[in-house]
Design a protein around this ligand. Structure first.
Ligand code: HEM
Length: 158
């Protein structure tokens, strides 16, 4: 049964898929990607998530991320804990409404031998409209100020 604490996140729950994600950044070539996203709960006051992306041509796995979301009880304040496969972990905080979640890095740690440039800050927005979920991710690195990196629209598959 869903814990009352995560009811404001109910609109995110389920499995979502997209084939046409768009990646950009001033320092790299534009790219396309596919991604499957899952948000689920096990009755605890947190939502667990996974983001698994792939190259649409070769189908090879690309960026992968797993984590948890919690809500500060009695508020619309939300916190995400994310572990990225390229050696970075971060906590993001922000706000959730009835169809939108916005959060930004408040703390970040990277493996000492993670690839440069350093990710300094990540900002993400999820927005749900009917059976579609859009995510826009921007980031700041040691070389580049906060700039869009990802834009993707998922369809619900489960
Ligand atoms: C490059 C971070 C998600 C694909 C980069 C770079 C960083 C980064 C720091 C290097 C930029 C530079 O050289 O100036 C992140 C973060 C993500 C994320 C923090 C999630 C919040 C993704 C996703 C994909 C992706 C979902 C799609 C599959 C790429 C590609 C490059 C890149 C293709 C360029 C090649 C490379 O450096 O490996 N990303 N990324 N990223 N990212 Fe992401």
């Amino acid at each position: 049964m869903m814990n009352d604490a995560i009811k404001p996140l109910a609109w995110l729950l389920g499995r979502w898929q997209a084939e046409k994600g768009q990646g950009v950044y001033p320092t790299i070539s534009d790219f396309k990607y596919g991604e499957e996203v899952e948000f689920f709960h096990v009755g605890q006051p947190n939502v667990q998530f996974s983001f698994y992306s792939w190259n649409p041509e070769t189908k090879r796995p690309m960026h992968r991320e797993i984590g948890f979301i919690r809500i500060k009880p009695g508020t619309n304040k939300v916190a995400l804990m994310c572990a990225h496969n390229f050696g970075v972990s971060e906590v993001q905080e922000g706000e959730v409404t009835e169809n939108r979640l916005q959060a930004e890095t408040v703390g970040i740690t990277r493996m000492s031998f993670a690839k440069d440039p350093e990710t300094k800050k990540v900002s993400r927005i999820f927005c749900r409209t009917d059976d579609e979920l859009e995510q826009v991710v921007s980031m700041e690195t040691s070389n580049t100020p906060m700039t869009e990196h990802l834009r993707i629209k998922y369809k619900k598959v489960q």
